[in-house]
Ligand binder design. Sequence first.
Ligand code: AMP
Ligand code: GLY
Length: 431
Amino acid sequence: MQLNNQKVLIIGSGGREHSIGWKLKQSEHNPVLYFAPGNAGTANIGTNVNIKATDISGLLEFVKKEKIDLTLAIPDDPLALGIVDEFRKSDFRIWGPTKDAAKLEWSKAYSKKFMEEHNLPTAKFKVVTDFEDGIKYMESMSLPIVVKASGLALGKGVIIAETLDEAKTALEDMLVNKKFGNAGEEVVIEEFMEGPEISTHAFSDGVSSQAFPPSQDHKRIGEGDTGLNTGGMGTIAPLPFVDEGTFMQIKNTIILSTLVGMEHDGVPFEGVLYPGLMLTKDGPKILEYNARFGDPETQTYMRLLKTDLLEIFNAIVNKELSMYKVDWNEGFACTIILASGGYPGDYEKGKVISGIGDAEQDNDIVVFHAGTKLNENGELITNGGRVLGVSAIGETLEEALAKAYKAVAKISFEGMQYRKDIGKKALSLLK
Ligand code: AMP
Ligand code: GLY
């Protein structure tokens, strides 16, 4: 497949997709980018196409009409709908896991059973569909108890119950009251794990894989990891508190073992595997799998990636990843998310955003767009919960964070909120 001037369709509309496009634009092969549906930032580096990420037939029609050479299936929803399988049926080149491989993310019941069968380190658990069975198991556990809806629930389907009553209520909400719809038909009940939480990613073509440096997200809305869960409020990478030995252990006992297990089960994993881990006192354990790039992790990763991303995506689709070495720049990167007031609850849209140009005066800063669009007057306005990702690079993590926060101070919109403690916990672990 010719790489020069490839027409690439990126599915999605977040900061993750903008950062992937930003990195692809640096390819020496000059790809031509399309985003479905994209945002105001992606419109500056490619063409936005007004098709939803879940409209598979609409997307298929578009790639046929525009003669797209490669489609990147980035968000979880289209993967769970089987976009990769559908595109392949029609002989279109697409990057991402099949529906069966993405099941590692869209069914926690499946992924926990997979971990058990392949002896992968994770919290002790039971999958239940019957309320009474669940109660019986919970009564045998120590507190807190973790209760999870098996399906995709926008990060809201996980309850950490401090009391048995709370755990029972959570189970009842999921199984009996159907609070999460189909996503709660099966429930995973598991033991609580303690330790720093980290994100790992690896490119895989089903046979060969290459791990990214470890990163850390900050999922709660409030400083000191308090308040509601969000999609992620800020990331750092690499992690100074993860030593080479621990990273090797993660690569061997978690990433490689998972990919070998998937291949063994007849569902080779192609794309990016993203296991969320807890570094417990008994070693790294798997919290969950994602079958895609993380957001905002990817905004940070793209600032560190050295290798031509267009070549990597094509190598994976061609099952030639073993011929490539994915390289990362020295130093550190971070991303601070600027969110709408009220997020992750209700929030208003349409607030005028100012100061991005000023923030990007520093060459080490890149501001990625998530929920943004232009209004009728051509002004940049907010259009979602997570609005912007302010990313910075530096020789040290402290330096990257200081630059990022200096840039954040130049940006404003009504109600803007962000966490002021991104990376703080990681730095304190070093002291
Ligand atoms: P998940 O969607 O499974 O990653 O869960 C969402 C969040 O809940 C994770 O990022 C963790 O912070 C927390 N969590 C999930 N499972 C556990 C567990 N077994 N022990 C402690 N915290 C957990
Ligand atoms: N950073 C969290 C996620 O992408 O799921």
